[in-house]
Write a protein that binds this ligand. Structure first.
Ligand code: TA6
Length: 295
């Protein structure tokens, strides 16, 4: 059986839960901060981020559901990132994840409302379990149920990693795979390179990828390892210089210090029968590049 342990304390305004290494906002169920033992921030947040609903904060890890990359009403990437979630004080246990010693976790839930039916004609319940494990790794798990009709959705953990300098970064694990180029109306291409490096705007959905993707930041001598389950695709996005200037809540030079690598299900939407449940899991870990070269 699992012991419920809260990951951090709820702040007095009941807007976020935080501890030294971690912060999650009830608005959007968005992880807003994830830090190393030494207090270094691992997630990017824009200095121009807008902290006023209905805008999602630019940075952290946003939950994109029920659509990614498509407008649902006025909201890109679905609307749950622009809703208040609540803490589930008595979550159902999840097998194999929570009982390991020292892990702390929190469960948030968003239940669709009658108003949401204006935007999307399906009722759903989206649960997010965030686990901070003893090594400081972060695991996010989503599950959801439906009521009386089947429906299809896409999903992404829209993850803004903080990097030293984008020109010092490479992404491994997506070599020779097909991708949909969002800069070219999602036309399909096959990746030809060794690893992805960045010299201009990149906005791609790599499809049917393996379950591990690695982001190597030579500048910070840090490697992120992204492991996923139930999420076949990976979004890689950096807006680069020109696009950055068009994004109102993003500094002109901030593209140098971020990279979005999103575990996602986009190419083939997931279809659920009434009452069916789905799990999409991502584990984010990091290590020094020195260690990485040894393993
Ligand atoms: O991550 C890919 C992408 O869909 C880009 O096309 C870009 O528009 C971006 O996401 C927008 O993300 P945002 O954080 O502004 O919702």
């Amino acid at each position: 059986s699992t012991t419920k342990r809260h990951l951090g304390d709820l702040n007095p305004e009941r807007r976020y839960v935080a501890c030294e290494k971690f912060k999650i906002s009830l608005y959007g169920g968005q992880v807003r901060s994830w830090k190393t033992e030494r207090g270094e921030e691992l997630l990017f947040t824009s200095s121009k981020a807008i902290f006023m609903p209905p805008v999602a904060v630019r940075g952290g890890i946003a939950i994109c559901f029920p659509k990614f990359g498509e407008q649902v009403s006025a909201e890109l990437h679905g609307f749950v990132r622009n809703r208040m979630w609540v803490i589930d004080e008595n979550p159902a246990p999840l097998q194999s994840t929570d009982s390991s010693t020292g892990n702390v976790f929190i469960d948030l839930v968003y239940k669709s409302t009658d108003d949401d039916l204006w935007f999307w004609h399906h009722r759903f319940e989206l649960r997010l379990r965030v686990i901070l494990n003893v090594d400081g790794f972060l695991t996010l798990i989503s599950r959801r149920n439906v009521d009386s009709k089947p429906f299809s959705f896409s999903f992404a953990y829209h993850t803004y990693l903080s990097v030293s300098d984008i020109s010092e970064v490479r992404v491994e694990g997506l070599e020779n795979l097909d991708y949909l180029d969002s800069l070219l109306h999602r036309e399909r291409f096959t990746d030809q390179g060794d690893a992805i490096t960045f010299e201009s705007e990149v906005d791609r959905v790599y499809v049917s990828t393996s379950d591990t993707v690695v982001v190597i930041d030579h500048g910070k001598k840090r490697t992120f390892v992204i492991k996923k389950e139930g999420l076949p695709d990976v979004v890689v996005w950096n807006p680069w210089e020109k696009k950055s200037k068009t994004i109102i809540d993003f500094g002109n030079d901030e593209y140098k210090h971020m990279l979005c690598v999103d575990a996602a299900a986009i190419e083939n939407p997931i279809t659920l029968k009434p009452g069916e449940e789905w799990t999409g899991r991502v584990e984010l870990s990091f290590m020094s590049t020195l260690l990485h070269s040894l393993v």
